[in-house]
Ligand binder design. Structure first.
Ligand SMILES: [Zn+2]
Length: 192
């Protein structure tokens, strides 16, 4: 939310990217106080919600590292998230994936980021796991997320925990067939 210097509060219900300018637009709730050019505001994070998203998003990196298939889509929530994999006729074993995910959580692998140049990224295209979202190029550099111990390394601009142990216990839910080349894997935080 945005807190104005006079105490008024503007709640943000969504953040979207403007197609034309590429700017990030904060969508305010209905009836929020109107802001004028030059108004000073302080942005305040809903830390509990942010931290759940950080844990969930980090869990999806583990899922990505566990299932050998390109990622074609996904959705993140505070308790449940999913990734779609480009796989066909593959029997994914829910219990085996759950066990592997929890092994990676309990392994307490540090997660860190570093930057590489556009040129290094172009020379290492196999790092890209998410086919539907290419890492932005042209900014001169790309942010890489690494899960230590050889678990995962890929470009990502998201928010992550510092160690896989912070994610906590995970459970794989439904695995759905969404078309011939699409397996949707749902994953839940046991203690959101
Ligand atoms: Zn990420």
């Amino acid at each position: 939310m945005l807190v104005c210097t006079d105490g008024r509060i503007v709640r943000i219900i969504d953040t979207v990217k403007d197609r034309d300018s590429g700017a990030h637009l904060h969508v305010t709730e209905d009836g929020a106080p109107a802001l004028g050019v030059g108004d000073q505001v302080t942005a305040e994070l809903d830390w509990d919600r942010r931290y759940q998203h950080m844990r969930m998003h980090s869990a999806l990196h583990l899922l990505c590292a566990t299932i050998d298939g390109g990622v074609t889509g996904g959705q993140i929530g505070t308790e449940k998230s999913r990734l779609d994999f480009d796989l066909q006729d593959t029997a994914l074993d829910k219990d085996a994936i759950t066990a592997r995910l929890n092994e990676l959580v309990q392994g307490s692998h540090p997660m860190s980021h570093r930057w590489i140049s556009d040129e290094e990224m172009a020379a290492n295209e196999d790092l890209v796991r998410t086919m539907s979202v290419k890492p932005p190029s042209g900014a001169g550099r790309v942010r890489l997320i690494e899960i230590a111990g050889g678990v995962d390394l890929q470009p990502c601009g998201g928010t992550h925990v510092a160690n896989t142990a912070e994610i906590g216990e995970l459970r794989v839910g439904k695995i759905e067939n969404k078309g011939k080349h699409n397996r949707r894997v749902n994953v839940h935080l046991i203690n959101p």
